[in-house]
Design a protein around this ligand. Structure first.
Ligand SMILES: [Zn+2]
Length: 480
């Protein structure tokens, strides 16, 4: 069916912003969703994902208004797709884990203590607010003398962004692993996962102990090895969005830039704003929707590649730390690890068929066709998959929850994303280091707002073991 019909009707019905309701579609095959995902007014989370269910069907999660749900229920009634509601946003928010109300680290004077260095019954009782993320970082800097650096571009609302780095001293060419979190504001717990992980590493290193996450333990030698790889952390990539989401419970994803639109059309999707095939109307097949040109869309790509201060700052870290080899951008909520590429299926046989070659403009992004696939050298594919598999094993280890890994493109292409930008730099900018880029989608429950303290803490345990196993495999494959 009928994409253009859906698009025109939905455009009318979404003029007034309704409350977004978490829901999912079900269908016998992933191909059933191809038509729905082309509608760029729908919100599919970080990227549309068709997940197998226990009954042998596939599930596509989305956030729709009631008007959109009513519409798709009718429109897709005879197409084998069924529509299912989850909790409403208000129900989800009221059941969710509270946001910290003060400053639990009292202006950088009290250390964050992660779950890996405490007894197995310890719990973290609230999500970090924006001030606490910075205060926690400050405490690590003050206590351990690790590196801290402010980034040059201020956010739309005037916030100063910062990174911290640990494990390899002051020589920035000794840092090889880069973690970022919080690029999508509503993906609560991302900054918490990485801040508490770094607190664990530093504490265990100093005390000469190991780490334990649920059923998985690591030795002090492993802790030291991971830390010595040199770790750079950008803990809150989208602070304007996080502040807004935490004060409104609005499931806000984008930044808060109002230059292209206000109200529900505020903001750019930072994870479509990077300089990788950014100009998707030209670079991709017209039948695909890797991003959106519409400010009202959750995947609005901005006004130019790197039009946003947050994406400029994210990329500037590679210039400050020229030997970064491994990058993980932390998202939720799917429960998988994505490796390169995200613009089309991989191929390792035809180097000239690549994202830089304008001869292939207009052909990219179609899954299952043979007119374009993205080139990845065979050894790079082996390396990329191997570290993704290791991270997945780590994610599963603490509590046995279900995670998987797959190529980022999955069933639907994306443009301008952090992970592809990281990996593309080596070919786009002669002389720079090769970076293996990943998207981690924690929270296999599908909840952007963890539905309970147990869920929030399980996310910390799982991701922290995932980070350890990822870093250990990265070290084994090579940091230089
Ligand atoms: Zn995301």
């Amino acid at each position: 069916m009928k994409y253009s019909l859906v698009a025109s009707l939905i455009a009318q019905s979404s003029v007034v912003l309704g409350e977004l309701i978490p829901m999912h579609f079900k269908a016998p095959t992933p191909a059933h969703f191809q038509d729905i995902v082309r509608n760029d007014t729908f919100d599919f989370g970080c990227h549309p994902a068709a997940l197998p269910t226990d009954e042998g069907h596939y599930k596509l999660r989305a956030l729709l208004t009631q008007a959109q749900i009513d519409f798709v229920t009718k429109e897709y009634a005879s197409s084998g797709i069924t529509v299912h509601r989850s909790l409403t946003r208000r129900q989800a928010a009221s059941a969710a884990v509270p946001i910290g109300s003060g400053d639990r680290f009292t202006a950088g004077t009290k250390l964050p203590v992660g779950l890996g260095t405490q007894s197995s019954t310890a719990r973290i009782n609230s999500i970090l607010n924006l001030n606490e993320i910075k205060s926690g970082v400050q405490a690590l800097v003050n206590t351990y003398g690790i590196g801290y650096q402010e980034l040059s571009s201020k956010t739309f609302e005037g916030r100063t962004q910062y990174i911290f780095y640990a494990g390899a001293g002051t020589d920035k060419s000794k840092y090889h692993i880069y973690f970022s979190a919080g690029i999508h504001a509503r993906e609560r717990g991302g900054p918490d996962n990485i801040l508490y992980f770094m607190a664990d590493l530093l504490a265990a290193d100093k005390a000469g102990t190991g780490l334990t996450y649920g059923r998985k333990s690591y030795t002090n030698a492993q802790v030291k090895s991971v830390l010595q790889a040199g770790i750079v952390v950008f803990p809150a990539v989208n602070p304007d969005g996080i502040a807004y989401d935490q004060s409104t419970d609005s499931l806000w994803r984008k930044n808060r830039n109002t230059r292209s639109g206000s109200g529900s059309s505020t903001g750019v999707d930072l994870n479509r704003n990077f300089d990788f095939l950014w100009d998707f109307p030209k670079k991709f097949a017209s039948s695909t929707s890797p991003a959106s040109t519409s400010p009202g869309s959750q995947t609005f790509y901005g006004t130019a590649p790197f039009s946003e201060p947050e994406t400029k700052n994210h990329a500037s870290v590679y210039d400050s730390f020229p030997k970064i080899r491994w990058m993980v951008d932390i998202h939720s909520a799917v429960g998988d690890v994505l490796y390169s590429w995200g613009d089309d299926e991989n191929q390792s046989t035809t180097p000239t068929q690549n994202f830089l070659n304008t001869a292939f403009d207009g052909r990219r992004g179609v899954i299952g066709d043979s007119s374009y696939k993205e080139y990845i050298p065979a050894q790079d594919l082996t390396n990329a998959r191997s570290a993704a598999a290791a991270m997945t094993n780590g994610l599963k280890a603490p509590g046995g929850r279900s995670y998987g890994y797959q190529q980022a493109v999955g069933l639907y292409a994306t443009s301008g994303a952090t992970d592809d930008y990281a990996f593309s730099r080596f070919w786009a900018k002669p002389g720079v280091n090769k970076v293996y880029g990943y998207t981690l989608e924690f929270a296999p429950t599908g909840n952007f707002y963890p539905a309970s303290l147990t869920e929030f803490n399980n996310n910390i345990l799982d991701t922290n073991a995932g980070f350890m196993d990822f870093a250990l495999e990265a070290i084994r494959i090579g940091l230089e």
